[in-house]
Design a binder for this molecule. Structure first.
Ligand code: ADP
Length: 481
């Protein structure tokens, strides 16, 4: 089976969130199952620098306002996987991240930058760009790649089946109507049953309407997005397409996320957890926290955004401190939340420490060194950090939504008795509910370290491997073929 993944990010070359991890790991898992998988990526600086053996496949353009556009092919680092890269310096060779400039504002030409991605996917599918390779399936990810299905649908002689995966419905790729004329799409699509969205148009909606199958990254999120509360105005479309919508849980690359990790102070296993104590001590030292083995050490590794419930955590901090806890935070995001965390680190020196920024290595050391990971997201399509935390025996404290609800088993008398508990969860996105659960976790930590170790062992033995997820995607593809 020939599969073309279409996405804007891929770990470790360009990453702003979980999407990048998935676009790196899923194709690998599919290749291991014998599929011929390629990934199509925009030629951002990190991609051009990281994909090896790049050679030209086709000259394209001018298109979407760029005069010189080439399709290149190369190899993804440390894999056998091929990647197509769209080299369009006028659109992609910029400072900042894929979506926003250094001033944190969206690039004004994002509609053209990402239309090119979908457009190139359709033309590869048609066999126009690479005479040697055509996909049987085009699998597009998030709004950035949402137009791939529209460009494919627009051509009646192009029958390649399409799958569209929603990694986060909140980002809908909405643009003003006047941009539409620049995209080369038929005006027939610009209707409420097409990609029109309340007087504008949406790349995400295009993916939802014109793809043959829709998936999202957890079974619970697949249900939630069909409701007004989580649907971002697209719940109607999703409900209509309910028969074509399914939730397939993300996996974890356990070669990267493992307590056998060379990045951490001391390795450990589920049966011999001693190294974790040293990881905790190293983390406390690194962050300038009191070197105290008796304090439950909470951590955050996250975008610092309202979605992630960071304001709830800030409001619940007195409970964490009152429970004898410590907190390390690694993240970057909204200015106000960053400022509030900074203030908290000054209010509780030695107890709360904050690193504003993005640091892959440090995120591993935090996963290993902390006792608990806080993920109080208001909504969470899948969530990866709680899965990583589980593998390192760092118990997640989560709001029971989306993928968090599918992957963390709350600690209750019943789940303790049945040996299923792996973390802590709460039902309402309110600081009081989070604070109460933080207190419970602190109490258990202080009271019964033997039980804590047993829960930790259970957490470490959870297996969210890509093999299962890849098998599910394969069934979906086969049904389409
Ligand atoms: P989202 O994609 O919504 O941001 P996920 O939990 O799905 O959330 O994925 C977040 C990914 O980004 C994880 O791999 C996490 O480790 C990583 N991450 C988030 N913030 C940081 C940071 N400040 N430094 C390093 N890694 C981070």
């Amino acid at each position: 089976m020939h599969i073309l993944h279409v996405a804007a990010e891929i770990y470790p070359l360009v990453k702003t969130g979980g999407l990048a991890d998935i676009v790196a790991a899923l194709p690998n898992a599919q290749a291991k199952r014998g599929c011929d998988v390629r990934v199509l990526l925009p030629g951002f600086r990190g991609i051009l620098a990281g994909v090896t053996e790049l050679t030209p496949v086709a000259q394209i353009g001018p298109v979407f306002g760029a005069a010189a556009v080439q399709l290149l092919a190369g190899r993804l680092p440390d894999t056998e996987l091929s990647a197509y890269v769209i080299d369009a310096p006028f659109l992609y060779d910029r400072e900042g991240n894929p979506y926003v400039g250094p001033d944190r504002h969206d690039w004004k030409d994002n509609h053209r930058r990402f239309a090119l991605l979908g457009w190139a996917a359709a033309h590869i599918a048609f066999g126009e760009l690479d005479p040697d390779w055509q996909p049987d399936i085009v699998h597009a990810h998030d709004w950035h790649a949402g137009l791939a299905s529209a460009y494919i649908r627009q051509n009646p002689s192009l029958k390649t089946p399409t799958v569209f995966t929603v990694h986060n419905l909140a980002f809908r790729g909405i643009f003003p109507m006047e941009c539409y004329g620049e995209l080369g799409l038929t005006a027939q699509f610009l209707t409420p049953s097409g990609l029109e969205f309340y007087g504008s148009f949406s790349f995400m909606k295009a993916g939802l309407v014109y793809s043959d199958k829709i998936t999202t990254v957890s079974p619970t999120y697949a249900k939630e997005i069909q409701t007004p509360e989580f649907g971002w105005g697209l719940d109607g479309v999703l409900t209509e397409r309910a028969n074509d919508l399914s939730g397939i849980l993300n996996g974890v690359d356990y070669d990267v996320w493992t307590p056998q990790d060379p990045k951490i102070a001391r390795t450990y296993t589920a049966t011999n957890q001693n190294g974790k104590k040293l990881c905790k001590r190293a983390l406390q030292k690194d962050f300038g926290l009191q070197r105290d083995g008796e304090s439950p050490l909470f951590a955050v590794v996250s975008r610092l955004a309202g979605q992630k419930g960071m304001d709830l955590l800030l409001d619940a901090l007195p409970e964490l401190i009152g429970g004898g806890g410590q907190l390390v935070v690694l993240g970057t995001g909204e200015t106000e939340i960053e400022a509030r965390f900074f203030q908290a680190s000054q209010a509780y020196p030695g107890r709360v420490a904050v690193r504003i920024g993005y640091d892959e290595n440090l995120s591993h050391r935090i996963m290993a060194g902390a006792d608990l990971l806080l993920v109080p997201s208001r909504f969470e399509p899948c969530g990866l950090t709680q899965l990583y935390a589980l593998r390192y025996g760092t118990l997640p404290v989560v709001h029971r939504v989306g993928g968090l609800s599918d992957t963390v088993v709350d600690t209750t008398p019943e789940t303790i008795a049945s040996g299923r508990a792996t973390g802590f969860s709460f039902d309402r996105p309110e600081s009081a509910a989070l604070g109460a659960r933080i207190r419970d976790a602190c109490t258990l930590y202080h009271k019964d370290r033997g039980l804590w170790r047993r829960i930790r062992r259970r957490a470490m033995l959870q297996n969210f491997s890509w093999d299962d997820s890849a098998a599910h995607y394969e069934v979906l593809y086969r049904n389409l073929l």
